[in-house]
Design a protein around this ligand. Structure first.
Ligand code: GLY
Length: 388
């Protein structure tokens, strides 16, 4: 990653400063830079060093069960936008994002499991999905458990390497003129009665017109510095990687399995990722035996040949959840110039592209109402900020 820290801190100025080098912050940087804007992204550690490096990278717009119709709509728009962006980014950056557009399968053990799935689903099934009965499953996915009752095939789902995507956004943004600064500590937003003035950091002040907070779980604290209360809760997830030797290649799934109890994601780098546990309130990155056992048990049920795979590693990340399940995307009306783009919970990778586009449109003068995203307004929970 190219680092540009040439200016003396007291001279650093940008039109827009983005705080947070995860996939959302980098997608915003890319979108703004591609519109010719003067953008600086700062991160307290490294690009893709947090939650983005712990994701499975599924663009599961149809498979995820979004409670809010706006989220389902944005997810589909974002998946499409991301497909388009990666073509452009391939001309700007050498990072290979590993996009695979093979569609996803959601399998069921029995008719009653299928019925309860349909009854419990909050969002409408997409018109694009195709029902595969047992015989079609056996023919199209011979690696799947032969007792499977049937499966939905969702042809437009895709997946990507999450760290690579984040780096591709950051590098492409830099090629387009954005600056990126890593290892910047003690970041605080500076604001007065006129609104945002910039940020202070361990290496000095940086001045700007707009600050965008896209720092995942750290965002709550950054907002608290300017007396805004935008709660974010942690939901830890554990994920494991396996790989199949050549002699067992026939057992390897050739598309993602998105079951109720597990997702199994064959990645472009040859690995197969198994995710993820869900542990609310946990912020540590330890991986438990129980967690891995749960993943492997579910994975070997759906893909019996998984028993032959080689276990590679397991890791953990912490998803940033909000009280109402919606991300904060928009202007903080009580502090002119301050914007929020965090709280994407399970869907930061999927929603990164559309978040970048929405923030860019807001900066270009569009309102949340015009964009149809009032439901994501950062101050919707009525915790208005008071600038001191
Ligand atoms: N995106 C799926 C998960 O967070 O587990």
């Amino acid at each position: 990653m190219k680092k540009i820290i040439t200016d003396r801190p007291d001279k650093i100025h940008a039109e827009t400063i983005i705080v947070g080098g995860g996939v959302v912050g980098c997608a915003i940087a890319y979108e703004l830079a591609s519109r010719g804007q003067d953008v600086l992204l700062v991160d307290r550690s490294a690009i893709a060093g947090g939650t983005s490096c712990a994701a499975a990278g599924m663009l599961a717009a149809d498979s995820e069960d979004f409670a809010h119709p706006l989220m389902a709509k944005l997810a589909r728009q974002s998946r499409q936008l991301l497909h388009e962006q990666q073509v452009l980014m391939a001309t700007l950056s050498d990072v290979e994002v590993g996009l695979q557009r093979h569609g996803f399968l959601t399998p069921f053990r029995s008719y009653s499991e299928l019925s309860s799935y349909k009854n419990n689903r909050k969002s409408a099934l997409s018109a694009d999905e195709v029902w595969w009965d047992r015989s079609v499953v056996q023919q199209e996915a011979p690696w799947l458990n032969r007792d499977t009752y049937g499966a939905y095939y969702r042809p437009y789902e895709s997946e990507i390497l999450p760290v690579h995507l984040t780096k591709a956004y950051a590098e492409s943004a830099q090629v387009l003129g954005a600056r990126v600064m890593e290892d910047i500590q003690d970041i605080r937003v500076q604001a007065n009665e006129h609104g945002v003035q910039g940020i202070t950091t361990s290496i000095g002040e940086m001045r700007c017109k707009h600050v965008i907070i896209a720092a995942g779980l750290q965002s709550e604290e950054l907002m608290r510095h300017v007396n805004l209360s935008l709660p974010v809760w942690s939901v830890k997830g554990e994920i494991a990687a396996v790989q199949f030797a050549d002699e067992h290649a026939g057992y390897r799934p050739d598309r993602t399995v998105y079951a109720e109890d597990i997702y199994i994601v064959p990645k472009a780098n040859g690995e197969v990722w198994l995710g993820a546990t869900s542990l609310p309130g946990r912020t540590d990155l330890n991986v438990s035996v129980q967690g891995v056992q749960k993943l492997l048990t579910a994975a070997t049920h759906w893909v019996p040949g998984m028993k032959e795979a080689q276990f590679l590693r397991a890791w953990a990340g912490v998803r940033p959840a909000t009280p109402d399940g919606l991300p904060y995307i928009g202007a903080c009306k009580s502090i002119p110039g301050l914007f929020a783009a965090f709280g994407h919970y399970r869907n930061g990778i999927l929603l990164s592209a559309i978040t970048g586009r929405l923030i860019a449109e807001l900066l270009a003068g569009k309102s949340s109402e015009e964009l149809g995203i009032e439901a994501l307004s950062p101050e919707r929970l009525n915790r208005k900020g008071v600038v001191q």
